[in-house]
Design a protein around this ligand. Sequence first.
Ligand SMILES: [Zn+2]
Length: 106
Amino acid sequence: MPPKTIQGRRDARWGCVAWTAPLLIGVALVSYFFWPFRFSGRSICDTCAMTQRKQLYQLPLGFISWRTVYQPEQHTLLSQFLTESGAVGPHPHTWVFIQGAGNGIM
Ligand SMILES: [Zn+2]
């Protein structure tokens, strides 16, 4: 039963806002940390053979990503050899996708 006074209606409105805002923030936090629709992929630099992993947080069964997390670059045996022997110097990495799965893609 709705409140009959103006003050009662205002209180009811603020009560609704007081419950809705924490609920929306809670849903956003849960989605941010436990989002199940992720695509994980790995890329390799075509110059030095280092690899890099990334994780895309996507809409369910879609390709639109709303967040991308890059993990630090990792050496491979080949990239270690190329770097230590001096065959490859400092350069901007050129990442080429090599493998990935998730969010409906196996
Ligand atoms: Zn590179």
